[in-house]
Design a protein around this ligand. Structure first.
Ligand code: BEZ
Ligand code: FE
Length: 304
């Protein structure tokens, strides 16, 4: 086997520095069979080298960055996703989401996925209480799922997750063995859905790890405005991953992860104790929020 067959480049590759070093690293990706992979890696390397040189990156700074990234990985587990968190606070998640889901024919806008989604959450039926013991004031959430042409989407699947009154998701409470404030349900024949949960409150993203250090070094706030997460899907439609944000929240214009879109803000209306519109008797003050979701068809423009 000769050098070319082993994927080795020909020509002098010693004493490389500055532009020549960058060029040689880029050339080593020329052999990649996937054109997309080759482009991604060559642009990434090009930007990284340019960054290091423009900033005159010191060895101490480079070592600190490696230590930081190492700790981002080490603290991640099946209950904590620090890598997603890092992407979120750098605004990278919203950049990618914005390109993948440009506003399409009145479809519901997408926003950050976040680190707290859990697949296979408990299934519920319309009218059930997803709080399942989560702390907070009762809140009835209702709406309809439609297509961009206005047709109801029967039996659309809604996956829902949210933090409790203390700003914690169930997965952040190690003592819990059941899902709380989390579940999935199907809309009815006419695309209607309704369920009880607790009123969402603003909360800080987890800031006890390396991403928190990053925020503090920049004097940045970890706060997110109150919201409920939704992932809405149906056969023949694009899945929409989004939130419904609480109108009037003090952090709507200061979201730590840049996820707020005007079209996703809805009023949480407070009610005195009494009979709610689903016929249930409420012995304490409660809230209602109405929000309709619009799913683009699978063939509408998307970069997914
Ligand atoms: C969330 O809303 O659950 C979330 C999103 C991004 C980072 C952290 C949390
Ligand atoms: Fe959240």
């Amino acid at each position: 086997m000769n050098g070319a067959e082993r994927g080795m480049t020909t020509g002098p590759t010693r004493d490389l520095a500055e532009d020549a070093l960058t060029e040689e690293v880029l050339a080593r990706f020329d052999t990649a069979p996937s054109e997309r992979f080759r482009h991604l890696m060559q642009h990434l390397v090009g930007h990284l080298h340019a960054f290091a040189r423009e900033m005159e990156l010191t060895e101490a700074e480079w070592a600190a960055a490696i230590d930081f990234l190492t700790r981002v990985g080490q603290i991640s587990s099946d209950r904590r996703q620090e890598v997603i968190l890092l992407s979120d606070v750098l605004g990278l998640s919203m950049q990618v989401i914005g390109m993948a889901h440009p506003p399409t024919g009145g479809a519901t806008e997408s926003t950050v996925f976040g680190p707290f989604y859990v697949g296979g959450a408990p299934t519920y039926r319309n009218g059930d209480d997803l709080a399942n013991g989560a702390r907070g004031e009762p809140c009835l959430v209702a709406g309809r799922v439609r297509s961009t042409t206005g047709e109801p989407i029967p039996h659309a699947r809604l996956e829902i997750w949210q933090a409790d009154r203390d700003g914690l998701y169930d997965v952040q409470r190690p003592e819990l063995s059941v899902a709380q404030g989390r579940g999935q349900l199907d809309a009815d024949d006419a695309g209607h859905f309704w369920f009880w949960t607790v009123k969402p409150e603003f909360y800080p993203i987890p800031d006890d790890g390396p991403v928190g250090e990053l925020l503090r070094a920049a004097r940045r706030s970890p706060m997110r405005p109150a919201h409920i997460h939704f992932r809405v899907s149906a056969p023949g439609c694009q899945t929409v991953t989004t939130h419904v944000f609480a109108a009037g929240d003090p952090y709507l214009d200061a979201d730590a992860v840049f996820g707020v879109k005007e079209s996703l803000i809805a009023e949480l209306v407070r009610h005195e104790p009494g009979t709610a519109r689903d016929g249930t008797a409420q012995t304490a003050p409660f809230y209602t929020v109405d929000y309709d979701f619009v799913l683009p068809s699978a063939t509408e423009r998307s970069r997914d």
